[in-house]
Design a protein around this ligand. Sequence first.
Ligand SMILES: Nc1ncnc2c1ncn2[C@@H]1O[C@H](COP(=O)(O)OP(=O)(O)OP(=O)(O)O)[C@@H](O)[C@H]1O
Length: 248
Amino acid sequence: MSLVNVENLSVSYGAKTVLAHVSLAIEPGEIVTIVGPNGSGKTSLLRSIIGAVKPSRGRVTHGPDLRVGYVPQRLHIDPTLPMTVARFLRLPGGVAPAGIDDALTQAGVPDLSTAQMSQLSGGQFQRVLLARALIGKPNLLLLDEATQGLDQPGSAAFYRQIETVRRDTGCAVLMISHELHVVMSASDRVICLNGHVCCEGTPEVVASAPEYRALFGSGTMGALALYRHDHDHAHDHDHRHEHTEAAE
Ligand SMILES: Nc1ncnc2c1ncn2[C@@H]1O[C@H](COP(=O)(O)OP(=O)(O)OP(=O)(O)O)[C@@H](O)[C@H]1O
């Protein structure tokens, strides 16, 4: 059974419709990336999935044992407030010390528990937010622009860590990012959104789809090849065909 099922979803804010007829499912263990230009409804889709935005049409259903871990874009913590990483991770209450150590290890920063939050680098801070999302042992991790402000090696390292988390815990991952080739290279499936689903499939299929190229140009394909094997056969860009290929 799918972890999340989005059926014919439309979202409007007042008279403005930002998502229309969006359907998708997230399966256990897969890494799915949503790409799309600014204002294309990516955050609205994530917020609908967690129930923070009400659909104006259609519906979102959750699998029976869905546990979501959410990694936000950023979080402001008062720099004058002394707080260790361990204390920050204990804030929700009821978290055992072993749970904190496990989460920090899974996030790739096992030695940070006594560090001050205000002294972390941008990359370390995002790993701590990842650890916080992992404490509840999620089977779906949601990331909304989780590497904003990191340089490219920093965000590439962060997404490699996400792949490690998926390998170690088996959780599915649904993420939004503007760093197309970095994030797409870490994904099993990419969904290109522009108010509706423009195209979807493996990163190579999406990067070569005319709908995607119309939005982002054709540069991604070369950059993708740096991160993954090159794709050496032609695709029929018919939308239905792309679905078939994604299932191959
Ligand atoms: N709470 C809200 N009330 C009114 N309009 C909103 C609200 N949230 C988002 N919008 C509008 O809906 C549209 C889609 O926004 P959304 O944040 O979902 O897009 P996005 O693809 O995540 O954008 P970005 O890449 O810039 O973060 C935008 O035009 C935005 O201004």
